[in-house]
Design a protein around this ligand. Structure first.
Ligand code: EPU
Length: 434
């Protein structure tokens, strides 16, 4: 297994280009199954999750090729309706197959995904939505057996106790675009990644009104055509770099992003006294970490346009170096604090109480061997390592490789002292210690 080795304390400077959004690209790959024609998808990040999704689509019967870096071509002339446990358990986003299978084949036999390290991740809202569109659902042996012979437009409210569901909205939209009649989805997710999916579906010939709002009206069509679609920039990757600039007291520019997708983060950075220059037309934001005051803030994660849960861990790492008391309330995944015990090992002072974390800023963090547990927790540990005194080894970075394209290369180009090594190259006593 690979490890990231970081010498903390280097100032970052310069420009970094953001990649396409993983969480847009994954459902968009699934959406390509909705047509018999070829879909060409551009600006796809080079990530293990993307390669895995490509493998799943091939397993389902699609032709999937990568004619150039960042571009994928998917043609699903024939499809089979079975998505086995072995595939679904390895990547939750494969649940996005449900909608396209139901729409194209009028049946699906898909393994239930199970929970993951960030907490229980139910799919009751996905199933409620499919039932509202006329699907008959039964559960056996850990599989959902879906008979969609009577698929038709319907009404569904997709708000759960934690707000709208993102991939649930993707699934119901993808089922509805080929369902005869009109579907109405209330409390739909309006994340930029859902907007991107809807824009691709419209390019394929779908009729969707209300894109970007919590109410979607979809008029089913008989078939969809192929299209060429460019994936939106990754707002979470972009946000991770902005927080890196603030934490390391560095000035750096993040290029190729859409500032309008990042308002909640920008608002919090402003409150925390981190100046940013926002240039929407140039699609870039410069963070002026050298002038950052770093004031404590109260942070609540919420569905879009609220503060994204996928940036909570990184912000938490920044708060750990912010003088005073900051408070986090995690409203999407109440247990998403796996980064905290590892930050404690680096000298942070954080107490978790239910879905809240109280972060008492310390003067400095000290490098340590730490263990990545999920994608965003890994990013938080990398940021902490960049700002810490001494050396940090972030282990199990396969989590990071799922969602950040060449993170260490991008950070090294900004001046960070970071490199990838095999864990066998780590000092033995540290391996045992971690
Ligand atoms: N929920 C339900 N019932 C459902 C579905 C969700 O109660 O049927 C709950 C969840 O337990 C959670 C909340 O609703 O408390 C939101 O879950 P959602 O369904 O929106 O999450 P998701 O679609 O499974 C996507 C991203 C996550 C991101 C969340 C929230 C993808 C592939 N994944 O997950 O991304 O955290 O939305 O924004 O788009 C990541 O990139 O690190 C990541 C975990």
């Amino acid at each position: 297994m690979d490890v990231l080795h970081i010498h903390g304390g280097s100032k970052l400077a310069g420009n970094v280009q953001v990649s396409g959004a993983k969480n847009a690209a994954l459902p968009i790959f699934a959406a390509a199954l909705l047509s018999e024609e070829t879909c060409t998808i551009e600006n796809v990040p080079d990530l293990s999750d993307i390669r895995f999704m490509a493998g799943i689509l091939r397993h389902m019967g699609a032709d999937v090729e990568q004619p150039a870096p960042g571009t994928w071509r998917i043609t699903a002339r024939k499809l089979n309706h079975v998505a086995p446990y072995d595939l679904v358990r390895k990547m939750r986003a494969s649940i996005c197959l449900l909608g396209p299978l139901v729409a194209r084949l009028r049946k699906a036999y898909v393994s239930m995904p199970g929970g993951c390290v960030i907490g229980p991740r139910p799919i009751d809202l996905h199933l409620k939505g499919l039932a509202a569109l006329g699907c008959q659902l039964s559960m056996r042996g850990g599989y959902m057996d879906i008979d969609a012979a009577n698929l038709s437009g319907g009404y569904v409210y997709l708000g759960g106790r934690h707000g709208p569901t993102v991939t649930g909205t993707a699934n119901i939209v993808m089922a509805a675009v080929l369902a005869p009649g009109i579907s109405r989805i209330e409390s739909a997710a309006c994340e930029p990644e859902i907007v991107d999916l809807c824009n691709m579906l419209v390019a394929m010939g779908a009729h969707i009104e209300g894109i970007g709002s919590h109410y979607l009206k979809i008029t089913g069509v008989k078939a969809l055509r192929g299209c060429t679609h460019k994936v939106v920039p990754d707002r979470i990757e972009a946000g991770t770099f902005l927080v890196a600039g603030a934490m390391t007291k560095s000035d750096l520019t993040v290029n190729g992003l859409i500032p309008g997708h990042m308002r909640a983060l920008l608002d919090k950075l402003e409150e925390a006294g981190v100046p940013c220059t926002i240039e929407p037309d140039a699609k870039r934001i410069t963070v002026h970490g050298t002038r950052a005051a770093l004031n404590p803030v109260e942070l609540i994660t919420l569905p879009h346009p609220g503060f994204p849960t996928d940036l909570q861990a990184q912000f938490c790492a920044m708060m750990s170096l912010t003088p005073g008391l900051s408070v986090i309330t995690e409203r999407i995944y109440p247990n998403r604090y796996m980064h905290v015990p590892e930050l404690l090992r680096m000298g942070a002072n954080i107490a978790i109480e239910g879905a809240n974390a109280v972060v008492k800023g310390v003067k400095s963090l000290s490098g340590a061997p730490v263990m990545a547990s999920d994608l965003r927790a890994s990013a938080a540990l990398v940021l902490a390592g960049l700002a810490a005194n001494g050396e940090t080894w972030v282990q199990r970075i396969y989590h990071l490789d799922r969602g950040y394209e060449k993170l260490e290369n991008k950070l090294a180009a900004l001046g960070a002292t970071i490199n990838r090594m095999h864990e066998s190259e780590m000092p033995k006593e540290l391996l045992d210690d971690a």
